[in-house]
Design a protein around this ligand. Structure first.
Ligand code: HEC
Length: 203
């Protein structure tokens, strides 16, 4: 009886499909799955998942139109240029306590009636201890923007930061003429970062 059973053999091509025959076509699909999963992980890790605070800077607002009021043009241009600040102060303006970057959202340095302190900080930066919204920061990482950004660009960023209602800010817009006046008045300060104690004497 048992002698009549065919012996299992890899050479027996008439036998039922074996792993060698069936599995041979499966591996490209397995590889494709692995690659697609890798792509999915990449998108998941580097994408913003449509969060407003990730895409707020630059992407959310359309470019300014010629017929718009000056303050709207400045605001929209500032939204694009804010990329120069967002790496530290964050796209949402909240800064980072852990990394010692103070917030611009709700900052008393940003929200003053006059933009004189803010424009000075953008021109020549600030270092040393500075109190913002009740917390003290002390970090010399901020770079000066004098010469790197022109008067209109600085006015645009200042307008965007001061008027950003999504951040809870609602101060008046800043004109290129105001920035020019402050740039000229502080020319001798070029190359020296401000200290909060010195800025406190500025209106
Ligand atoms: C490389 C990081 C970095 C960049 C880029 C940067 N800042 Fe800052 N900023 C800082 C740090 C750090 C401080 C706190 C300095 C201190 O400790 O005195 C600061 C302070 C400030 C302050 C005063 C404190 C506050 O939070 O209100 C303002 C206003 C400000 N920055 C605006 C800007 C603007 C506008 C830009 C872009 C044009 C910018 N910063 C770009 C790091 C940065």
């Amino acid at each position: 009886m048992s002698q009549n059973k065919p012996k299992p053999s890899l050479q027996n091509r008439d036998a039922e499909p074996t792993v060698a025959a069936g599995g041979g076509v499966a591996w490209p699909f397995v590889m494709l799955g692995v690659v697609l999963f890798g792509c999915f992980l990449h998108v998941e890790n580097s994408g913003g998942a449509f969060r407003a605070d990730v895409y707020q800077s630059g992407v959310k607002l359309p470019p300014p139109m010629p017929n718009e009021p000056e303050e709207v043009k400045l605001y929209k241009t500032g939204a694009q240029l804010y990329a120069a600040c967002a790496g530290c102060h964050q796209p949402s303006g909240i800064g980072s306590e852990a990394l010692n970057f103070p917030p611009l959202a709700g900052s008393e340095w940003v929200m003053r009636e006059k933009p004189d302190r803010l424009v000075r900080i953008i021109l020549d930066a600030v270092e040393g201890p500075i109190s913002v919204k009740g917390k003290t920061y002390d970090n010399a990482a901020m770079p000066p923007f004098r010469g790197a950004l022109n008067e209109r660009q600085i006015a645009a960023i200042a307008t965007y930061i001061r008027g950003n209602k999504d951040w809870g800010n609602s101060a008046s817009y800043v004109t290129p003429a105001q920035v020019k006046a402050i740039t000229d008045a502080t020319a001798k300060n070029a190359g020296t970062k401000w200290r909060a104690t010195l800025l406190e004497a500025v209106p």
